[in-house]
Design a protein around this ligand. Structure first.
Ligand SMILES: [Zn+2]
Length: 43
């Protein structure tokens, strides 16, 4: 039996479409799939 925690752990981790790094902190979908580094306003 799979617990809810296992379910989320098994989900594929989102990757930044800019740099391809795994996104540790997922953002809301309105931001797209871009990590904090690539989405930084100073860049
Ligand atoms: Zn990135």
């Amino acid at each position: 039996m799979t617990s809810i925690v296992e379910f989320f752990r098994n989900l594929p981790r989102k990757k930044c479409k800019q740099c391809g790094e795994d996104m540790i902190h997922e953002k809301a979908d309105c931001y797209g799939n871009i990590c904090d580094e690539c989405d930084h306003p100073a860049r």
